[in-house]
Design a protein around this ligand. Structure first.
Ligand code: IPE
Ligand code: IPE
Ligand code: MG
Length: 226
């Protein structure tokens, strides 16, 4: 079986998972962390190079403030609790998106976690936070404009996006049955294989990841050729 180098996941369905059980949406996000932990562990064991997790989009600010605050609190707790273990497992943390808009204490936690794992050479755990594909492209263009050059090629552009230096995702998984990209990795997904499942994110386990990888192995990637 071919193991994709880079898997990106749109972790969706936490809210529905909770509401279905009569819980508040935040309980769904808390449960979703268990899936995050299991999928990081599985990715590490499988020898995946990059795991990108879409945790907060530039559009998610539209949610009630209590939910937004709750999500960032959960992120902080996750990093506090997990970074030592991830460090031991040679996992390197990376973040894509504009984290400057996040609460101060959360930014601090992210920066120290990135620093702590910066010399690691194993799985790159890439978390998309306040990430939007359109914002990323505009941000790159603004960076390139400062170069005072007349034209730009794909290689230069790639240096200015958040994922600079990372391979494009081979496989993009979305849970909860939605079949849309929701502003995720617009540039990088040009030739990614898409996989959607009805499983809600808090129920997503290693077995579900293996199902996605099996399906990936049945795909025939042609990149426009024959
Ligand atoms: C998690 O699922 C995705 C995040 C933005 C954290 P949702 O919170 O979107 O859950 P649903 O789609 O409302 O069920
Ligand atoms: C996409 O999920 C964003 C994340 C998973 C972080 P959403 O639940 O925000 O997407 P829409 O609103 O259904 O498109
Ligand atoms: Mg959703």
């Amino acid at each position: 079986m071919v193991i994709p180098k880079h898997i990106a996941i749109i972790m969706d369905g936490n809210g529905r998972w909770a509401v279905k059980r009569g819980f508040s949406r935040l309980i769904g996000h808390r449960e979703g962390i268990k899936s995050v932990e299991e999928i990081i562990k599985a990715s590490n064991e499988l020898g995946i190079s990059v795991l990108t997790l879409y945790a907060f989009s530039t559009e998610n600010w539209a949610r009630p403030l209590t939910e937004v605050k709750g999500l960032f609190r959960l992120l902080k707790i996750f990093l506090r609790k997990k970074i030592k273990e991830l460090n031991k497992k040679n996992v390197k943390l990376k973040v894509i998106g504009d984290i400057s808009k996040l609460p101060e204490d959360v930014i601090k936690e992210i920066k120290s976690s990135i620093k702590e794992t910066s010399n690691n050479t194993g799985l790159i755990l890439n978390i998309a936070l306040n990430y939007g594909g359109r914002q990323e492209i505009i941000n790159a263009i603004n960076g390139i404009l400062k170069l005072n050059i007349k034209s730009v090629d794909e290689n230069t552009f790639e240096k200015y996006i958040y994922t600079s230096g990372l391979p494009s995702p081979d496989l993009i998984i979305r849970t909860s049955g939605e079949c849309r990209i929701s502003n995720f990795l617009l540039w990088q997904s040009a030739y990614s294989e898409f996989y959607t499942t009805n499983v809600l994110w808090p129920d997503f386990r290693k077995k579900d990841l293996m199902d996605a990888i099996s399906e990936y192995n049945r795909r025939n990637r042609r990149y426009g050729g024959i």
